[in-house]
Design a protein around this ligand. Structure first.
Ligand code: SAM
Length: 193
C-alpha cells in the first residue's frame, strides 16, 4: 500500500515554490516529446505542481495533474492552466486518450514508480510519448541532491537513466535516453498496434 509520498511537503512549500525554482528546460522537454510518432494535441503534465514545466511548453492542450491541491491552485489561478487533482498511480483519464505525458522533477517524489509508469503506458495513445526529466543519483550533484532531500525529510527515490529506461521497456514502451547529466531526460514511446 502506497501513500501520496511528499505531497504534504509540497502543500506547505507551494507559496514559495515558484520563487525558489528556475524555469523548466523547455528545450529538453521538446527534444523528448519529438520522439513521439503522433501529433501532440493533448498532453498531461503529471506531478505538474504549479505548472512550471507546462509553462515551458507551447502547442498542445495541457492538463496539469498533481496530488497537491496547493500546488495545483498556482497552476490554475496564476498560470491559467487546466488542472486536475490526481495520483500519478491512478490517473483520472481514459485508456489511450492522451498524446503525451511529461513528468518533470517529480518522478523521484512519487510513492509508487511502477504504478506511475504503468498508468502512463495505459493512458497514452499509440505513437504517444512519456517524457521524464529527472536527476541522476550516480552523478556527484545527484548524490548531493539526494542527501539534501533526505535531510529535509522527503521520501525521494532517484533512479539512474538506464534503470528508468529499463522500467519503461518493462511497461511495453520503447525507451530512449534523450540526454544525460545531473539532470537527464528519458522518453518512452508507445508502439502503434
Ligand atoms: C518538485 S515538484 C515538481 C513540480 C513540477 N513538475 C515542476 O517541474 O515544477 C514535485 C511534484 O510532485 C507532486 N507529487 C508527489 N507525489 C505525487 C503523486 N503521487 N501523484 C501526483 N503528484 C505527486 C508534488 O505534489 C509536487 O507538486
Amino acid at each position: 500500500m502506497h501513500g501520496l509520498g511528499d505531497v504534504r511537503f509540497f502543500d506547505r512549500l507551494a507559496p514559495l515554490y515558484d520563487l525558489a525554482m528556475p524555469p523548466a528546460d523547455g528545450e529538453a522537454l521538446a527534444a523528448g516529446l519529438a520522439h513521439g510518432t503522433r501529433p501532440i494535441d493533448r498532453l498531461l503534465d503529471v506531478g505538474g505542481g504549479s505548472g512550471r514545466a507546462a509553462a515551458a511548453l507551447s502547442g498542445p492542450d495541457i492538463c496539469v495533474v498533481d496530488a497537491s491541491r496547493e500546488m495545483l491552485a498556482r497552476a490554475r489561478d496564476r498560470r491559467g492552466l487546466s488542472a486536475a487533482v490526481g495520483d500519478a498511480g491512478r490517473l483520472p483519464v481514459r485508456d489511450a486518450s492522451v498524446d503525451a505525458i511529461t513528468i518533470v522533477d517529480a518522478f523521484h517524489h512519487l510513492p509508487d514508480h511502477d504504478a506511475a509508469i504503468d498508468e502512463a503506458a495505459r493512458v497514452l495513445a499509440p505513437g504517444g510519448v512519456v517524457v521524464i526529466r529527472e536527476f541522476d543519483p550516480t552523478h556527484p550533484l545527484g548524490r548531493g541532491l539526494a542527501a539534501a532531500e533526505r535531510a529535509v525529510g522527503m521520501a525521494s527515490r532517484f533512479r539512474a537513466p538506464s534503470d528508468l529506461a529499463d522500467r519503461l521497456a518493462d511497461a511495453g514502451l520503447d525507451p530512449r535516453i534523450v540526454d544525460r547529466g545531473f539532470g537527464y531526460t528519458v522518453a518512452g514511446v508507445k508502439g502503434k498496434r
